[in-house]
Design a protein around this ligand. Structure first.
Ligand code: FDA
Length: 294
């Protein structure tokens, strides 16, 4: 009930409660947050908010925004890279057009000695995103992808992608998928996550271990130790505003940590998704809404 009610929450209320998950509306906000993280030895990956675009013109604007982020990172010597969504760049409009757009971003990142992470969206785009990655990897080594442990196909995908030296972010997956293709059971998702992580690490591929799940973080520590994985082969990744205590602990343990720092005018839809993802947080929001003025 809370999850669907989130959609009818007044915008200012959503804004107030989601401000900890979002750097702000402008690039200056992302710079400020990244600087603060960098001062504690933590890296960031900057995301310009926005998902599907309706036409090429909108996609070109998004591509230019990404170039601007890369230029800004370089200008201010920030310890940061960029995350982009393929449909935001036009992949769903036309695959070749999407490729040209992302290729421009990866080329620019290469010139700045930086890296581009291609986020993974919902399952209609999984294959197209892997095709995009493969094509980019023919010319560039500064690009990586995301794999989602809730998808039943992911282990097989990883087996294939390991062979082309893929740089991964491994996450559970955030979209609502059919039980025919995705695990729904929390324990099954965890099991798959550990299995995927193990095969990635064993193959010597770089991986961003993206989770706030303490069980998975413990399992990652175990695998890193047992397999004697060097520190330059992995990092931990978390979302801005989520489990800061845990991220500081991992940082203090001497592991590299990177925080996903979203910013942009489309903060509202991003916030709704974050709140729906975690009904516990949405519950706090409602409680506060109904106790205003008391
Ligand atoms: P889980 O959801 O079990 O959370 C563990 C604990 O963390 C919770 O019990 C709670 O305490 C806390 N928590 C988690 N989310 C919270 C929230 N929003 N607010 C407050 N507390 C919260 N997905 C995807 O499909 N494609 C992608 O490209 C990415 N990219 C990505 C990048 C990074 C850096 C991260 C960390 C995550 C993603 N994701 C993603 C999202 C990911 O798939 C997943 O939905 C979330 O990370 C939540 O899963 P956890 O592994 O944290 O476990």
């Amino acid at each position: 009930m809370i999850v669907s009610a989130v959609q009818i929450m007044p915008k200012p209320v959503v804004g107030f409660f989601s401000s900890k998950y979002i750097a702000g509306e402008n690039i200056e906000d992302a710079i400020k947050v990244t600087r603060e993280l960098n001062n504690s030895g933590i890296y960031s990956t900057i995301d310009v908010l926005g998902e599907s675009v309706k036409n090429r013109e909108e996609a070109i604007v998004c591509m230019k925004d990404a170039l601007n982020v890369l230029e800004t990172i370089s200008t201010f010597s920030l310890k940061a890279n960029i995350s982009i969504k393929p449909t935001q760049m036009g992949l769903a409009i036309d695959e070749e057009f999407g490729y040209q757009q992302v290729s421009t971003i990866v080329k620019c990142a290469k010139e700045y000695n930086n890296f581009v992470r291609i986020d993974m969206e919902d399952s209609p785009y999984t294959d197209a995103t892997f095709r995009l990655l493969r094509k980019l990897k023919q010319d560039y080594d500064n690009v990586g992808v995301v794999v989602q442990a809730y998808l039943k196909r992911t282990y097989d995908d990883v087996v294939v992608l390991n062979k082309i030296g893929t740089n991964y972010r491994l996450c559970k997956g955030i979209y609502v998928e059919s039980p025919s293709i995705a695990y729904k059971d929390k324990e099954m998702i965890r099991k798959n996550y550990v299995k995927d992580l193990e095969i990635i690490l064993k193959n010597g591929n770089y991986v961003g271990i993206a989770t706030h799940d303490e069980y998975l973080i413990k399992e990652a520590y175990r695998l890193i130790k047992e397999l004697n994985i060097p520190k330059d082969k992995f990092e931990f990744q978390m979302l801005l505003g989520v489990r800061d205590d845990l991220r500081n602990k991992i940082n203090n343990d001497g592991y590299k940590v990177r925080i996903y720092v979203p910013f942009g005018k489309q903060w509202y839809s991003y916030s709704i998704r974050r709140l729906q993802e975690n009904p516990q947080v949405a519950g706090y929001v409602f409680k506060s809404m109904f106790s205003f003025g008391r």
